[in-house]
Write a protein that binds this ligand. Structure first.
Ligand SMILES: [Zn+2]
Length: 232
């Protein structure tokens, strides 16, 4: 799996031009058919909708491995868009809401939301550690963005992710604004909310590519301004 821009035209052009790099060996990826259709739920509350996707499949010209290209709004093994999960995570860490209240706000089953929050809680230490080192490497001049202690492991992880996203946004110049969920999903190739992947000790050392997070998406931490959606 490889996370790419949500703009399919850009992805297609980059693939054809050999600008998408194999995460295994650094070779060039080329178009290689399509992966199975996938349906994800987007939106919050009663406004959520199903969206059917057909991810692009690619193959490396060097090591011949194939990679499914997932757009940056998709979280691996989750049926909901990454920004929906991000809204729940923010409601938990920033507003201190419990999973039942968040589930009601999201319009999702309680068990689903509990699963998201448990996954984050289980991985929070590893996420904080990894993105702190990435922040040092990719945005060393962003000292002013260094997160204040948040009090909980989940809050720490979210603070570091936000600082990293802000640092990347500065590095890519004013042309783009990077949200924490974009930075987290793109850097982990969709595995930000996979606690088993974090437990296994992931290798996410490749720098984030500007093409993945391109486009102005506002300055909120996720696409959905959570505090505005959930009335406190
Ligand atoms: Zn390769």
């Amino acid at each position: 799996m490889l996370t790419v821009s949500h703009d399919s035209v850009v992805v297609e052009l980059n693939l054809l031009a050999g600008r998408v790099v194999c995460p295994d060996c650094g070779g060039r990826l080329r178009p290689w058919g399509w992966a199975r259709d996938r349906v994800i739920r987007e939106g919050l509350g009663t406004d959520w909708v199903d969206r059917r996707l057909r991810p692009r499949r690619s193959r490396c010209t060097v090591c011949l491995s194939t990679h499914v290209l997932l757009e940056v709004r998709l979280a691996m093994r989750r049926a909901d868009a990454a920004e929906v999960i991000a809204a729940a995570v923010e409601a938990k860490t920033a507003l201190g809401w419990g999973h039942r209240k968040i589930a009601a706000g999201c319009g999702r089953p309680v068990s689903t939301v509990r699963g998201w929050l448990r996954a984050l809680a289980a991985s929070a230490g590893a996420i904080g550690e990894r993105f702190t080192s990435l922040l040092v490497r990719d945005a060393p001049d962003a000292v002013v963005l260094w997160p204040k202690p948040a009090g909980t492991a989940g809050g720490e992880a979210l603070s570091v992710l936000m600082a990293y996203a802000e640092g990347l946004g500065r590095r890519f110049a004013a042309a783009v604004t990077v949200t924490w969920i974009q930075a987290g999903i793109a850097t982990t190739n969709g595995r930000l909310f996979c606690s088993s992947w974090w437990a296994a000790g992931p290798n996410t050392n490749r720098p984030l590519r500007p093409g993945v997070v391109g486009g102005k998406v506002g300055r909120s931490a996720c696409h959905i301004p959570v505090v505005g959606v959930f009335t406190v």
